[in-house]
Design a protein. Structure first.
Length: 494
């Protein structure tokens, strides 16, 4: 079992390469292209390879020692063909910095966060989440699953990585005891928080998309390993781990990747469908009719459950965070349940920091990321899924009816526009806000307009020359008119 603290023995750190060397210059170009605002993502092998992963492991261990005085990093990886080699290279880089690298092997991103939480050390997950098969990357967290962004570590990693030592064979073996402890405690935590192992009488379809949810199906629901199998039916789709994604992309943001689960739900008469992304930290939901359920509606429902739990434990007015793109139904539900709604920017690192600062019990995003105080403030698609299964079992209504009261408004979804100068477009949009019906302007994240029964948000991408538009209104006609007007405004300045 790993524990936080300085390394007691092991090889001495390896000296870095010269900043002006050819290796350092090549690494600089690759690292600058791959490191974004919240994680590391790039094409393989032209942007990421095992040398870059070695350098990033060295830089991560060095940065975490500087920021958190810790000399250990726990590392997991997904099922992409390059991921095992990338994990070993990253671990060797950590080792070359004189720190302890603990390899968990195959796991989901929320399991990596959980391991960081229970062991109290920084973590790194080798994954490209929902990206296509020719991508890979790294999600990094601080001790206890704390968020890491450019301002809280990634910029320092970007600065250090080009100077990391030359890649060397420093084999790091997987830690079977740490992995077993993580898996057993992860399943126990999911079941204790949701009582999903007491649910009966339901049929649930789970589309893993050949991603890590295929493994979680067996672990959490007990379909092929201990613990005891749940007493309801689970139908698995594309559960074989295959990072080439032979059936469909493991990206539930694209409607075409929800079709198989929707068809299976209807054909089997299932009560609910679950569709996970590749690293299984995010889950989309399908009701009994085959329709996709709003992530905001799911967030509102789970927020209500988390508020009730926190109030039963003595918290008189629990705080729940929602990003500013979620539906108005979310803060309205939070308030009605006796909680305190708190708006945030989009992005997991900022939300995790805000949860820690405010003691929030739950947080949700429009993109189906759900964060739990009792899961170290980290996001977990499986924990959200089990909450919905439990809520459905407690209700006499079908899934479509269960969330109807939380789904009262019409949203556009995210619409992207390619522009030459995103900052100029946002500045002009703010200056011309009076061309819209009476509204209040805010700049929490991009430019937001709040009307009596509608809102508009226009914000820029952190990684591409794009502006992203989201609109919510009382009805389809109003929503479509707002989308048209803002879209015309943006395209005229593209």
């Amino acid at each position: 079992m790993i524990a936080p603290g300085p390394r007691s023995s092991g090889p001495d750190p390896v000296p870095p390469v010269a900043a002006d060397s050819a290796l350092s210059r090549a690494r600089t170009a690759a690292v600058d292209a791959a490191i974004g605002a919240y994680d590391i993502r790039g094409r393989i092998p032209d942007q990421l390879d095992e040398d870059i992963l070695f350098a990033l492991g060295w830089a991560t261990a060095t940065t975490m020692a500087e920021l958190h005085s810790t000399a250990e990093v726990v590392i997991g990886h997904d099922m992409r063909p390059s991921s095992p080699g990338f994990a070993r290279a990253f671990a060797a880089g950590v080792d070359s910095a004189g720190a302890t690298a603990t390899l968990l092997g195959l796991c989901s991103t929320d399991q990596l966060y959980f391991a960081s939480g229970i062991f109290g050390v920084p973590g790194a997950m080798i994954t490209a989440s929902h990206n296509p098969a020719d991508y890979n990357g790294i999600k990094i967290c601080g001790p206890h699953a704390a968020g890491v962004s450019l301002t809280t570590g990634l910029a320092r990693i970007r600065e250090l990585a080009p100077m990391g030592p030359r890649a060397a064979e420093r084999p790091v073996a997987a830690d079977a005891s740490a992995t077993a402890a993580m898996r057993e405690r992860y399943v126990r935590r999911i079941r204790e928080l949701t009582h999903v192992d007491e649910v009966t009488g339901l049929t649930v379809v789970l589309d893993a998309g050949n991603g890590m949810a295929g493994r979680l199906l067996g672990e959490v629901f007990g379909t092929d390993v201990d613990p005891v199998r749940v007493p309801f039916d689970v139908i698995g789709l594309f559960t074989e781990l295959d990072g080439t994604f032979p059936n469909h992309e493991a990206n539930p943001l694209k409607p075409e990747n929800l079709v198989d689960a929707a068809r299976a739900v209807v054909d089997t008469g299932a009560d609910l469908g679950l569709v996970f992304d590749g690293d299984a930290d995010r889950c989309f939901f399908i009701d009994e009719t085959g329709a996709t359920m709003s992530a905001s509606a799911i967030g509102a429902l789970v927020a209500e459950r988390e508020i009730a739990r926190a109030k039963a434990a003595g918290d008189e007015r629990p705080t729940v965070i929602h990003n500013l793109i979620t539906s108005r139904s979310v803060p309205e539900t939070i308030t009605a349940a006796g909680g305190r709604p708190l708006r945030s920017k989009v992005g997991h690192s900022g939300i995790k920091a805000l949860m820690a600062e405010t003691g929030a019990v739950f947080a949700c995003e429009h993109s189906a990321h759900f964060y739990f105080e009792e899961f170290y403030g980290a996001d977990s698609g499986m924990l959200a899924a089990c909450h919905l299964i439990a809520a459905l079992a407690e209700s006499a209504a079908p899934a479509s009816r269960l969330v109807a009261d939380y789904d009262r408004f019409v949203q556009s979804g995210e619409i992207n526009f390619t522009v030459t100068d995103p900052d100029a477009v946002l500045a002009e949009f703010a200056a011309d806000a009076d061309r819209f019906p009476p509204n209040t302007v805010d700049d929490l994240d991009g430019i937001g307009l709040q009307g009596e029964d509608w809102w508009v948000n226009l914000r820029k991408s952190n990684t591409e020359p794009l502006v992203r538009l989201n609109v919510e209104a009382a009805d389809h006609g109003q929503m479509e008119e707002l989308v048209r007007r803002v879209g015309d405004f943006v395209t005229a300045r593209a």
